[in-house]
Design a protein around this ligand. Structure first.
Ligand SMILES: *Cc1c(COP(=O)(O)O)cnc(C)c1O
Length: 519
């Protein structure tokens, strides 16, 4: 499988090199060609005996075919085991459960209680395997900007990995208390955490600037260091996310919830478009998927794009209670444009140049039609999100986190729109009580974080106490009282863990911090 820069088809990489490099020099993302994915299409009926690891092996051998079978198995076994994922006895790290007549794919049983663990537990193993087989003795230095979840998942995944060190930058205002504590108490001799005076965009700008800084480049060469990335632009993060779409389908057939070849929908709470893009690739590979429902919060740049064909980031960024979706530039959308345009690197270049200079681009009708064949898009505002958490608790008996709630609300809007035959009309007039149950398509909501990770905001929706008087740990306990589900160990342990990282730096000081770690 060759990987191409989305902005230049002449820039070609083997998977191992692309995993090490992260981002192409021209700013493009590494991506397979459309026809190369289709060439590996499978018939799902032959996969029904697969468990999670077998499906993972299949997917990784397609996309990372310069890894040997043994290398892939080692990576899988080192990442997807019961030290990292606590899901009871079977090995399925993404169990599917019911919510009303639909399903929740529980992606939050990993070491940091967010779905990013699925990719970030295995990326370090892909990376070290790639390195070893190249026989180079360079050191890898990973820089990661985070608005909360990526940072901790990366710190946990790369902890004490040989020949790798990592620094995570988070904005002083912008992450939740629990998220901050998770990062500050990180273990490992190769990790560091820095709070940046600024917002998430400042962190991201800082990291990009360091990557392209000529002085830093020279320092790296002199000191045998390679800079790399754990953000979802890395193909090594995207591919592991394809697995759970396929496995969920297999599990639903085996549990007699759906019949073989029934088409199902996936509803994905979306920020950087990585997770939902993986769903589209699972569909290309042969998973019977009807619609991928793209769910956004008040930052509904993707809702507008999928409904109109105009991507416009010139708008205010709202801070919401689903912070991992507070994003105006969804990087992985670039890969979708590449695939659906038949690998048109010139077109992608033009669109991205327009986004950079004007903050806006428009795609043609043919391309928009192709997007609409596969995707529908809705958004849920803050009030709708809160109302949905309350309803899920009272009517379905489920406690869901703030990101999952955005997705659940969007599913309700989709059902309502389909039912009233007003596809893609925003259902501001959504009235659950008017819904009859004639319209039914089995739908799976990707549940991307444990409700415990956003305990305070979730509690405020479902209990009458004055939650603001509780400290963070009292919030966990109260939620535990209501759910009876155990508090994830990693969160409970925060109470007694030593705070190792308390550094706050300015933008300029941070560059110096990085240089000190290179030399
Ligand atoms: C990162 C994240 C998302 C968004 O995923 P993308 O791949 O960026 O679209 C949604 N929910 C949670 C909890 C996340 O951490």
């Amino acid at each position: 499988m060759k990987l191409y820069s989305t902005r230049n088809l002449n820039e070609i990489m083997n998977p191992k090199d692309a995993i090490i490099k992260g981002l192409s020099n021209d700013g493009g993302l590494y991506c397979p060609k459309y026809e190369d994915i289709i060439a590996h299409k499978f018939d799902i009926r032959y996969l029904l005996k697969n468990d999670y690891k077998a499906t993972a092996k299949l997917v990784f051998s397609i996309f990372f075919n310069d890894f040997t079978g043994g290398e892939i198995e080692n990576c899988i076994n080192s990442a997807y085991n019961d030290t990292n994922f606590c899901v009871g006895t079977n090995d399925n790290i993404a169990p599917v459960t019911k919510i009303g007549k639909n399903y929740l794919m529980e992606l939050y049983h990993g070491p940091t209680s967010a779905f990013k663990d699925v990719a970030l537990t295995i990326l370090p193993h892909f990376l070290t395997t790639s390195y070893k087989s190249k026989g180079e003795n360079k050191k890898v230095y990973i820089l990661t900007a985070t608005s909360g979840d990526t940072g901790k998942a990366a710190l946990s995944g790369f902890k004490d990995v040989e020949n790798v060190s990592i620094t995570v930058f988070y904005p002083t205002d912008g992450v939740s208390n629990i998220q901050k504590l998770q990062m500050q108490t990180s273990e490992g001799n190769n990790v560091s955490v820095v709070a940046i005076k600024g917002d998430f965009d400042d962190c991201q700008r800082l990291v990009k600037e360091i990557y392209t800084d000529n002085e830093i480049k020279k320092l790296c060469e002199k000191n045998n260091v390679v800079l790399s990335s754990a953000n979802s632009i890395n193909i090594g993060r995207l591919v592991p996310q394809i697995v759970y779409y396929i496995q969920t389908y297999i599990d639903l057939v085996n549990a007699n919830e759906i019949k073989l070849n029934d088409k199902i929908n996936f509803v994905v709470p979306t920020g950087n478009f990585g997770d939902i893009l993986a769903g589209y690739i699972a569909k290309l590979l042969g998973t019977p998927i009807n619609k991928l429902i793209c769910a956004s919060n008040d930052n509904k740049v993707l809702t507008d794009f999928i409904n109109t064909g105009i991507y416009d980031k010139n708008r205010e960024l709202y801070k919401t209670i689903s912070p991992s979706m507070d994003i105006l530039v969804s990087s992985n959308l670039e890969r979708l444009l590449f695939l659906l345009s038949g690998n048109d690197d010139k077109l992608v270049n033009e669109l991205m140049a327009s986004l950079n200079t004007k903050g806006v681009y428009k795609i043609n009708d043919t391309l928009l039609e192709k997007i609409k064949e596969n995707f529908v898009a809705y958004y849920a505002n803050q009030d709708e999100c809160k109302k949905t958490i309350k309803e899920a608790f009272e009517k379905d008996g489920r406690i869901i986190d703030t990101h999952t709630a955005v997705a659940y609300n969007c599913l309700k809007q989709y059902i309502n729109a389909e039912h009233t035959n007003q596809n893609n009309v925003r259902a501001t007039q959504y009235k659950p009580e008017t819904r009859t149950d004639e319209f039914y398509e089995p739908s799976v909501i990707l549940s991307t974080a444990s409700p415990y990770k956003f305990a305070r905001d979730v509690l405020k929706c479902i209990c009458d106490n004055n939650v603001d008087t509780f400290d963070d740990f009292a919030c966990l306990d109260k939620l535990n009282e209501l759910t009876k589900e155990p508090i994830p160990k990693n969160l409970a342990a925060l109470k007694t863990k030593e705070k190792r990282f308390n550094t706050t730096l300015s933008y300029e000081e941070s560059k110096k911090f990085v240089i000190d770690r290179i030399i």
